[in-house]
Design a binder for this molecule. Structure first.
Ligand code: SF4
Length: 316
């Protein structure tokens, strides 16, 4: 229901949630998690309209697009955190996060003998009964049992989660995250369970734009005239990127009822990330070759991604 509210109502709701969180912990007790992506840009912009000096934190894995890292540098008052482990060590020790964090976690647990994860992969609930919802996981059995590819969620944990948790411990700040419930079943479930602001538990957190959709994010950026990170290209009201004909000047378009899209990458984040690689048949990784051949070769050869990608594309 909330996802269907008009954008101006959603903005007001997001402002209320940020204000409540900041009032509770104080401005020095919170930070905006800023990845340079478009969702966190909207989150940061709403928050800084209310609190211009609010702290932002960027997790620098060295695997973001160089232009994205330069873009983040243009924002003031951004702290940087870095992972402790080298990427090669993470991949050698823990393997790849594929096809999603959720499934990689399940495969890691199943291979370590956790019955509930084995049940999930077999489409069964925790009591061993067939579950309609869990049927979707059956196809990943092959990846779990018929391949020797090391799969785990630790790439994200080591590269992103641990550095920000350490920052939170050291500074006592609590995060304001630009996550959308629409992004995944896992995020929707978490939002329904905890709402946007959660003040309890080990990690109080605010997710004030949870009920925004991707189109809301793009419209917000359009109306506010914000600049997105270079890898996204430009925000386009039905340009060739979505296959429609762009007949009118942008200012004459009814943006509220126009589907917006990005002319470049749909997502930023780590350049070589394998999450969802089966969905675009590895296209993002292939684009990396044109974009940065040296980095492409490093991923393919030294990190061993070539073998992994070949197996994925053969089987999914
Ligand atoms: S986004 Fe992908 S590559 Fe980056 S840390 Fe997470 S799993 Fe690893």
């Amino acid at each position: 229901m909330r996802q269907n509210y008009p954008l101006d109502v959603k903005i007001k709701m997001a402002e209320m949630r940020i204000s409540k969180f900041v009032e509770y912990y104080g401005e020095s007790g919170v930070y905006i998690s800023f990845s340079g992506g478009k969702d966190s840009l909207v989150d940061l912009d709403i928050a800084r309209r209310l609190y211009p000096n609010i702290k932002a934190v960027f997790c620098d894995t060295w695997m973001e697009y160089p232009s994205l890292r330069a873009y983040v540098n243009t924002f003031p008052n951004v702290d940087r955190v870095k992972p402790d482990m080298l990427l090669k060590d993470i991949i050698d020790r823990f393997g790849w996060c594929f096809p999603s964090k959720d499934v990689s976690e399940m495969i890691w647990a199943a291979r370590n003998g956790k019955q509930c994860a084995i049940n999930k992969l077999n489409g069964l609930d925790k009591n061993g009964k067939p579950s309609e919802f869990r049927k979707q996981y059956i196809k990943w059995n092959k990846l779990c049992w018929d391949s020797d590819i090391l799969i785990s969620p630790y790439c994200c944990i080591e590269q992103k989660e641990k550095p920000v948790r350490r920052y939170e411990r050291e500074t006592g700040r609590h995060p304001i995250l630009g996550l959308l419930a629409q992004e995944s079943a896992r995020r929707t479930e978490a939002w329904i369970r905890t709402g946007c602001n959660s003040f309890d538990g080990n990690r109080p957190v605010s997710k004030p734009i949870s009920f925004f959709t991707e189109q809301d994010v793009l419209r917000y950026i359009w109306y506010r005239g914000l600049v997105v990170a270079p890898p996204y290209g430009e925000i386009c009201p039905c340009g060739s990127c979505c296959g429609q004909t762009y007949l009118f000047p942008a200012e004459e378009m009814d943006i509220d009822h126009t589907r917006l899209c990005c002319t470049g990458e749909k997502r930023t984040g780590c350049i070589f990330c394998l999450v969802g690689a089966h969905l675009d048949r590895g296209a993002k990784i292939k684009r990396l070759k044109q974009y940065n051949k040296r980095l492409y070769e490093y991923c393919m050869e030294e990190l061993g991604m070539e073998k992994v990608l070949k197996w994925i594309l053969r089987n999914y």
